[in-house]
Design a protein around this ligand. Structure first.
Ligand code: 6U4
Ligand code: NA
Ligand code: NA
Length: 156
């Protein structure tokens, strides 16, 4: 019996650069990442993604593009994290620091992978090149990837 948690992860982009947030609390604290969180019962995944983007960095995006789907498992843990990854080049507002995230723009070639989740280096290249992907990672703790696969996927 697996317990599946649905999460979102949103990347705001401009040509040549990408907005990341330093997570200030909770899961992934101290790591740079996109913006997102748990999808609530009364909303769709897309609505959850847009809500978390506003809540965490003050940015509104009317259109988000689905770019990836990642399933995470942790050794000896029944929970599966199903993370829906989105990106947008069209947004309203300037990023603001919130209680959860400190936003900062990074050049596409200067992503701080050594201060990010260890899986990110594997799938960021797909996202940066706008290639839709699906991936799976099996973690031991927060730092060690025991197994993974990643594939380009074209389903919409
Ligand atoms: P609360 O505590 O309810 O405010 P919430 O904002 O709903 O939390 P949070 O911040 O725990 O959810 O969501 C976790 C975020 O971290 C999601 O955006 C998904 C992302 N995430 C989780 N594991 C990840 C991983 N291995 N690699 C990655 N992002 C991950 O790049
Ligand atoms: Na969050
Ligand atoms: Na949340």
């Amino acid at each position: 019996e697996r317990l599946r948690k649905i999460l979102t992860l949103v990347f705001v982009r401009e040509p040549g650069k990408i907005l990341l947030g330093l997570k200030k609390r909770g899961f992934g604290c101290g790591l740079w990442n996109g913006f997102g969180g748990k999808v609530e019962k009364n909303e769709t995944i897309l609505q959850g993604a847009k809500r978390e983007l506003v809540e965490e960095c003050g940015i509104q995006a009317d259109v988000l593009e689905r770019i990836g789907l990642i399933n995470f498992e942790f050794e000896n843990d029944p929970v599966i994290l199903e993370v829906h990854v989105f990106q947008t080049f069209h947004y309203i507002g300037d990023p603001v620091e919130t209680e959860e995230m400190k936003p900062e723009w990074y050049k596409d070639g200067e992503i701080p992978f050594n201060q990010m989740w260890p899986d990110d280096k594997y799938w960021f290249p797909y996202m940066l090149q706008k290639r839709k992907f699906e991936a799976y990672f099996l973690f031991k703790g927060m730092d060690t990837i025991l197994d993974y696969w990643i594939k380009e996927s074209l389903n919409d």
